[in-house]
Design a protein around this ligand. Structure first.
Ligand code: SIN
Length: 283
């Protein structure tokens, strides 16, 4: 029996998210990868359990999506500059990645995919929430689609809403934070509605985390609509939730989702490894 004949894709919520079962991502052949990739296109967020992945394995899986993306604010692990550890120690209270966002939209070529691999997980809590920004786009009125289609978003790494990246990251002490002095200089303008080539979908590419204003408008003028869009894309029917255990890897499509790391495991340790991959040119 070939490996791919046993692959099963089990949705975890109505709008997005699936568990992909019966595949070893280290040894899969191209045919098995085609099924995993199809699940990624169909479900936007895929979780694969019970994987035993070295840093090189993660790089190899990430390469299926394209070149690795550089993350400017956390040092890579030894020998793997694109891979970094997301750690919250039992003594820490703030977490990394809390708050809705799509990854590094303040870069000129933000990543298609993020790969997050669980190494140590709390007994309870520490899930990651996802929302489906393509389904949220579809649910808009035609007039709103038209309006958003005319807007571009200015995305910044500054994390102003969290009091600035430098002070926010200073509170996630278990991580190898770097370069936050220059965070405000990372800015990129992208369309608020982006098109997904492989599926023909459109999605809302705007988050409270990174979008500071619409091009040609002030922050004050932009904020109410950014807040409305954030509330809209995170309506319960557009969300799913991944419960982690060591050995789970989740791969999500940053073009059509946002995520939010839930900070509900005080006093416990959580250790994940992250890679972003497949630079894109949002249009
Ligand atoms: C992130 O935003 O990349 C971190 C997500 C998580 O730790 O669940």
């Amino acid at each position: 029996m070939t490996q791919d004949s046993t692959i099963k894709v089990i949705p975890i919520a109505g709008s997005l998210g699936a568990e992909v079962c019966g595949v070893d991502l280290r040894t899969m052949d191209n045919h098995a990868w085609a099924q995993v990739h199809q699940a990624f296109l169909d479900h936007k967020v895929i979780a694969v359990r019970d994987q035993d992945l070295s840093p090189q394995d993660m790089m190899d899986i990430g390469a299926r999506f394209g070149e690795p993306n550089h993350y400017p604010f956390v040092k890579g692990i030894d020998g793997f500059p694109f891979l970094f550890d997301v750690v919250k120690e039992p003594s820490e209270t703030k977490n990394f990645g809390g708050g809705w966002h799509s990854d590094t939209t303040y870069m000129k070529t933000p990543p298609m995919a993020t790969l997050l691999y669980a190494i140590e997980t709390p007994e309870k809590g520490g899930d990651t929430l996802y929302c489906d920004t393509a389904a949220a786009y579809e649910a808009l009125s035609e007039r709103m689609k038209e309006l958003l289609g005319s807007l571009k978003g200015v995305n910044s790494a500054g994390l102003k809403h969290l009091g600035g990246r430098k002070s926010h990251h200073a509170t996630v002490g278990g991580m190898a934070i770097t370069g936050t002095d220059d965070a405000d200089s990372y800015e990129a303008v992208h369309p608020i509605v982006r098109s997904i080539e492989e599926t023909g979908q459109k999605s809302i590419y705007c988050s409270r985390g990174h979008t500071i204003r619409f091009e040609g408008m002030t922050e004050d003028e932009s904020r109410p609509l950014i807040e409305w869009l954030q509330a809209h894309v995170t309506r319960p029917e557009f969300t799913c939730r991944v419960r982690w255990r060591p050995g789970t890897i989740t791969i999500w499509d940053n073009r059509r989702t946002q995520h939010n790391a839930v900070n509900d495991y005080q006093g416990m340790r959580r250790h994940m490894r992250r890679l972003t991959s497949g630079p894109t040119h949002p249009v």
